[in-house]
Design a protein around this ligand. Structure first.
Ligand SMILES: Cc1ncc(COP(=O)(O)O)c(C=O)c1O
Length: 281
């Protein structure tokens, strides 16, 4: 949008059952585009998709980018915070090889909005391709950050991030993220074991898509209505799960991000859900 290249110039890549980019489809599409004299120049992978929290295999995407000499941008806006947790090391990709990466401390680092980072592998790339000199403000030799972004004048958003890191610290952030993971896993196990509920896929992060199972004889519309009814029930109990349309059908999205949503709250949630299905017989 911002580059003015238009939606029609963006090539959509298929995702697998877990919502991750298909590496073979990525490679096929690049080859097809080159074969018809198009010029693919960049690949955007997502480390923590908005709907399902899926983690693209960014190391594999990186290899494809190197093979075809393409810029690799990682949208780690949501999932990037995982690197604050030592116990989630098995999830850590090699972010350092990508050309650029976006990350929002306003999400899983709980920093108040807006606080968003765009990081570049090589400062010289940023300088060469993105700097627009504004001689009227360059008064000395120091870097003028207003020349490197869309907004010239802006708040010092980084101060909030710096203070949060200073006060909370990396280890405590890690513990909060671990709590979110622990709650998510327990909830995922509960959904999987509950006969009247289904989950879209095993969560990569702290986002779960779930809903009541489609009952025998229930059509798609009736199933969507039953999902909505269940959501309303939770809403009346002051629990908001957002309904989203994902791969053509309605799901309820639960994000375990709130650091105050602890074991007690999870037990309450589980009891409420059990009560709902017991009362329906
Ligand atoms: C994966 C992902 N990328 C990008 C964005 C957009 O971030 P921003 O609010 O900074 O525009 C979101 C917002 O939810 C997101 O989930």
């Amino acid at each position: 949008m911002l580059l003015g290249i238009g939606h029609e110039s963006v090539i959509r890549i298929k995702t697998n059952a877990q919502g991750r980019m298909h590496i073979s489809d990525l490679r096929d599409n690049i080859q097809k585009a080159i074969a018809v004299s198009q010029m693919p120049f960049a690949v955007v992978s997502t480390y923590g998709t908005t709907n399902a929290g899926a983690l693209d295999e960014v190391d594999e995407v990186q290899k494809v980018c190197e093979e075809f000499n393409l810029w690799h941008h990682i949208d780690a806006v949501y999932g990037g915070a995982v690197i604050l947790s030592e116990s989630q090391q098995h999830l850590w990709p090699n972010f350092a090889k990508a050309d650029s990466l976006s990350f929002n401390p306003q999400k899983w680092m709980f920093v108040s909005k807006t606080c968003s980072l765009l990081l570049f592998n090589q400062f010289s790339q940023l300088e060469k391709h993105f700097r627009i000199a504004a001689p009227y403000v360059s008064e000395n030799e120091e870097t003028n950050w207003g020349e490197y972004g869309i907004q010239g004048s802006r708040h010092t958003s980084v101060l909030k991030l710096w203070l949060s890191l200073y006060l909370i610290g990396k280890d405590s952030y890690g513990k909060l993220i671990d709590l979110n993971f622990s709650i998510t896993r327990q909830f995922a196990t509960f959904i999987t074991q509950h006969e009247q509920l289904e989950m879209y896929t095993e969560p990569d992060l702290n986002i779960i898509l779930f809903r009541p199972r489609q009952e025998n004889g229930q059509n798609r519309q009736q199933h969507a209505e039953a999902t909505k009814k269940f959501q309303n029930y939770l809403y009346k109990q002051q629990l908001y799960v957002s309904p989203i349309v994902w791969k053509g059908t309605t799901w309820l999205k639960c994000i375990f991000l709130n650091p105050y949503f602890d074991q007690t709250k999870l037990d309450q949630l589980i009891r409420l859900i059990e009560k709902y299905f017991v009362s329906r017989g």
